[in-house]
Design a protein around this ligand. Structure first.
Ligand SMILES: *Cc1c(COP(=O)(O)O)cnc(C)c1O
Length: 511
């Protein structure tokens, strides 16, 4: 490590990244390359002799960036966002610079202690109950992903139950969530050895806006108990992946408690918004949960990866995940004076990830972060108003945060479900292939639904408006041209930029 070289190359690299951000709107949001494109562009073996940074950067520009989908583009509306920020970026640089491996307290006391402190800070911002903070029997920990978070709590809950009922009962353990719960729960069940038939993804529908019904959970649990199975884990959602639905946490927690089950709350995306007092009500009931998870790397300005997990009983994690080999023994750990995060996660090694979250909180401050979140929600509301005023489209599920679920309606003489799904699939394909936006889809009640999530730090109102215009234009092309060719155009579509009678229409943005 030559620090003068680092200085020189580091400045060059920061300039490269800054230029990337400056020009990000010039790239197609969704990479348009074909599978295997890179194999044709790069040599088939590593170089024997060193090459210059400039030649690498040239290749990044000409060969790598075309194969990048630009998650930081202001016109990225797919999946859920993966925020990057100056503070988060600087935190990553610092973490890479220090490059310690903080599995035990002694391997870098600051890494463990800063993580505890910053997760207490964030826990207080979310108004999590005292039991989730590090001063009691619980505490927070940074995982790599929400999938790891649900896996470690599922393992803890499984082992806690097996300690009571005996290890041979593994095949009888049952997990509950809704059919809207992220597939991470199913994966966790596969890894944890839960019988594939004992992962109950209970049905939801539009009558509850796809939220899990406590009655259905109760019924399923009673039935399973009656046939000799052992319910032990319930997962509730605050912001599902398909439609950002919020499950009734209080009722679910009560059911879990009365059946001696672990209750986990997955708020991977929407948890961030709950630092705003006006959105905190969506977390009501989390007081009764055993664990809570939110991805700071989604919508909290913290560069990937940083998934924050809180538990009330840290011993449950430790009892499932700890090891104590001779080569890791040290005085502080043996005396039980410290937290060793290796016992709260799957891997041994861990990065200094709390630095970037700490820097985000310090360089921006809570008020700015709250306003950042509110602005995205406001932009989503703006998009929703646009969609709602065009009779060719419909809003499919009520919007709570910054996700809008919508679809293009089939022409009146074609109300067959298949036709409408194909139509929306074609619309998605059409808008994404322009490279001007990236939007993804989901399925709700068998309908093919388009999802537009506002959450990229660079997104402004003009981008939302442009996305809407593009959707309208492509919808026009899809709905009109074949009919026009047949010479039987049933009705003329509303003009582009149609805003109804203007009653509640927002003024068009000044371009
Ligand atoms: C994104 C998401 C996940 C999965 O997140 P990873 O961190 O990629 O594992 C799980 N649950 C919900 C609700 C999500 O939105």
């Amino acid at each position: 490590m030559d620090s003068e070289q680092l200085r020189e190359y580091g400045h060059q690299m920061v300039d490269f990244v800054a230029d990337y951000y400056q020009n990000i709107e010039n790239y197609p949001v969704l990479s348009q390359v074909e599978p295997g494109y890179l194999l044709k562009l790069l040599p088939d073996a590593a170089p024997n002799q060193p090459e210059s940074l400039q030649s690498v950067l040239d290749d990044v520009q000409s060969k790598i960036l075309p194969g990048v989908t630009h998650w930081q583009s202001p016109s990225f509306y797919a999946y859920y966002p993966a925020n990057s920020s100056v503070a988060g970026f600087l935190g990553e640089i610092l973490s890479a610079g220090i490059n310690m491996v903080g599995f035990s307290w002694i391997t870098s006391p600051a890494a463990t202690e800063l993580e505890m402190i910053v997760l207490d800070w964030l826990g207080k911002l979310l108004k999590l109950p005292q039991e989730f903070l590090s001063s009691g029997h619980g505490g927070g920990v940074i995982q790599g992903s929400a999938s790891e978070a649900v896996l470690v709590v599922l393992l803890s809950a499984r082992d806690k139950t097996l300690r009571m009922v005996g290890k041979s009962a593994l095949g009888k353990l049952v997990v509950y969530g809704s059919d809207q719960t992220h597939s991470a729960l199913q994966k966790a069940c596969q890894i944890a050895g839960i019988h594939p038939e004992n992962c109950r993804l209970l049905k939801t529908d539009s009558s509850t806006d796809y939220a899990l019904s406590p009655e259905i959970v109760n019924e399923a649990i009673s039935h399973d108990i009656s046939i000799g199975l052992i319910p032990f884990f319930l997962c509730g959602n605050v912001g599902t992946t398909s439609s950002a639905t919020v499950d009734p946490l209080y009722s679910l927690a009560k059911i879990a408690k009365s059946n001696g089950m672990w209750f986990h709350v997955d708020a991977a995306y929407a948890g961030s918004a709950c630092i705003c007092p006006e959105y905190r009500r969506y977390l009501d009931g989390v007081e009764e949960a055993d664990s809570f998870n939110m991805n700071a790397h989604k919508w909290f300005l913290t560069n990937f990866d940083c998934s924050t997990l809180w538990v009330k009983d840290r011993n449950a994690l430790i009892q499932s995940l700890s090891t104590n080999p001779e080569f890791l023994k040290n005085k502080a750990s043996q005396a039980n004076l410290v937290v060793d995060y290796k016992d709260w996660q799957i891997p041994l090694g861990r990065r200094f990830r709390s630095l970037k979250l700490w820097m985000v909180l310090r360089l921006y401050g809570v008020e700015n972060i709250q306003n950042y979140l509110r602005n995205h929600i406001e932009l989503a509301r703006y998009f929703e108003v646009c969609v709602g005023q065009d009779p060719r489209f419909e809003i499919v599920a009520p919007r709570k945060f910054s996700l809008v679920c919508f679809r293009l309606l089939p022409p009146v003489d074609d109300n067959e479900a298949h036709g409408s799904n194909k139509l929306n699939q074609d619309l998605l394909e059409a808008v994404n292939s322009t490279g001007r936006v990236f939007i993804t889809h989901t399925a709700l009640s068998g309908m093919y639904i388009l999802r537009l999530v506002v959450g990229a730090p660079l997104t402004e109102r003009r981008h939302i408006y442009a996305a809407w215009k593009l959707l309208q234009d492509e919808a026009c092309t899809l709905l009109c041209s074949p009919l026009q060719e047949n010479g039987n155009l049933p009705k003329s579509p509303p003009p582009i930029g149609f805003f109804g009678n203007g009653s509640k229409a927002e003024p068009l943005p000044q371009k």
